[in-house]
Design a protein around this ligand. Structure first.
Ligand code: H2B
Length: 117
């Protein structure tokens, strides 16, 4: 896999960043944190992403903590961003729909859950 060319980077990256993906410091990668309604919604999202990652043969670095899914996309084979990261980012955005983003990766607390009941 070849890294994103400067031309592709200038053409394609801004649109991805506009949806809430952010470039990391010190690593040519993008990161996004979603805050789902609950664990089932977070896990369901990950289950829907998994076969797409397999089809692309491109796999996210991700963690789940209760309702939070934190994702970093990078192409390990080239040590930075490639077209595959942008393709996977778009698929993940499509599957996440209007799920809100989280500034930090703290899950919903007991208090917040209680307040919803
Ligand atoms: N995923 C990511 N994010 N980067 C890669 O370079 C990568 C991958 N390489 N998934 C694939 C698997 C490679 O290891 C296999 C052998 O095709």
């Amino acid at each position: 896999m070849t890294p994103l060319s400067p031309q592709a980077r200038a053409r394609d990256l801004p649109g991805v960043l506009a949806t809430g993906w952010a470039l990391l410091d010190g690593r040519d990668a993008i990161r996004k944190v979603w805050r789902f309604a609950d664990f089932a919604a977070a896990w369901g999202f990950m289950c829907r992403v998994a076969p797409i990652a397999e089809r692309l043969d491109h796999h996210p670095e991700w963690t789940n903590r209760y309702n939070i899914v934190e994702v970093t996309l990078i192409t390990h084979d080239c040590g930075g961003l490639s077209d595959l990261d942008l393709a996977l980012a778009q698929e993940m955005d499509r599957l996440a729909g209007d799920t809100p983003l989280a500034a930090a990766s703290a899950p919903t607390s007991c208090e917040e859950r209680a307040a919803r009941r």
